[in-house]
Design a protein around this ligand. Structure first.
Ligand SMILES: [Zn+2]
Length: 309
């Protein structure tokens, strides 16, 4: 069953890529087959794209986790990218799997997980396709598969639960050892007071699909029941949070291509930028962080979404 999905999706994507490469050379005569329906995926049974570069583990929770920068596979036949960033977010695949396991331990069900195993020198799945794949057909196919699997995961979650929470997992190397939670709001926006945030920032944030709001937006974003607040209460320093409402002039990632692209409609989410020491450096760190994150996410959904997940 796994192989059939791989081949159907792969063929579809290959034709799309081929059509793009042959622009001006006439249309492709054979229409691509439809992608597999969401109902065709089984929770816990992983499926893979071409050459196993992209892995999708279907889940049963209303949570979709993606990892675009943790891959270590660097095939010689795909040239290194020469434009953009190529630094690997070390141990973020392991971190995401730990978060998935912690959610299973807490709820009995797993989130959806989409991972690229390609090294960032070959593919940056958190950029639009031109910078992401540098024109290489195989990298373009992997990029298309990555986002198709995230779309599938979102569709399954929204069909079942009416919403989804999307978490794009990264690792940063900034000097301050704290989580950077990116909701698509700039440091200067986060520098505003709560009343100003409440009045006008929801629509441009990655939580824009949340309404009806049960709490003021600033509370959801950086109050005691925000994700940053809940994590801080469990010993994980985070911005934004009650004690660090804004990054100010310090380096801060506020969310990239994936967060912008995938937090639409009934999907809310964030970019999770993890520091290294104490979060993703060792298995013990990852287990402890994953437990704190799973508990915090659980509380956050109960407080602010208030739907079965
Ligand atoms: Zn990253």
């Amino acid at each position: 069953m796994t192989r059939r999905f791989r081949s159907a999706l792969g063929w579809c994507v290959a034709l799309l890529v081929l059509a793009g490469c042959r622009e001006g050379a006439g249309p492709v005569a054979v229409p691509p087959p439809p992608p597999p329906p969401p109902s065709a995926f089984t929770p816990g049974v992983p499926v893979f794209g071409q050459r196993d570069f992209i892995e999708y583990v279907p889940g049963a929770l209303a949570v979709v986790i993606s990892v675009p920068h943790g891959g270590l596979v660097a095939p010689q036949d795909i040239p290194n990218r020469t434009v953009g960033t190529t630094v690997t977010d070390n141990n973020t695949i392991e971190l995401a799997r730990a978060i998935s396991a912690a959610l299973v331990a807490r709820t009995g069900r797993a989130p959806h997980l989409v991972v690229t195993h390609l090294r960032r020198t070959k593919l940056d799945a958190n950029r639009e396709i031109v910078e992401a794949a540098a024109g290489n057909a195989q990298a373009m196919q992997a990029w298309t598969e990555f986002h198709a699997y995230v779309d599938t995961a979102k569709a399954i979650a929204v069909a079942r639960h009416g919403f989804a929470v999307y978490v794009d997992v990264h690792g940063h190397g900034h000097p301050i050892a704290r989580l950077e939670l990116g909701y698509l709001l700039s440091a200067s926006t986060l520098g505003q007071d709560d009343n100003t945030l409440n009045a006008g920032s929801l629509a441009s944030s990655s939580l824009r699909g949340l309404p009806p709001l049960h709490r003021p937006f600033a509370e959801i974003l950086r109050g005691p029941t925000s994700l940053g607040g809940l994590l801080a209460a469990r010993g994980v320093s985070a911005v934004p949070s009650p004690t660090m409402p804004s990054p100010g002039s310090d380096p801060y990632f506020n969310g990239g291509y994936n967060t912008q692209r995938h937090t639409v409609g009934a999907v809310v989410g964030l970019q999770l930028e993890a520091h290294f020491a104490g979060v993703r450096d060792t298995e013990a760190s990852r287990l402890a962080f994953a437990d704190a994150f799973a508990e915090s996410l659980h509380r956050w959904i109960e407080e602010h979404v208030r739907r079965s997940w």
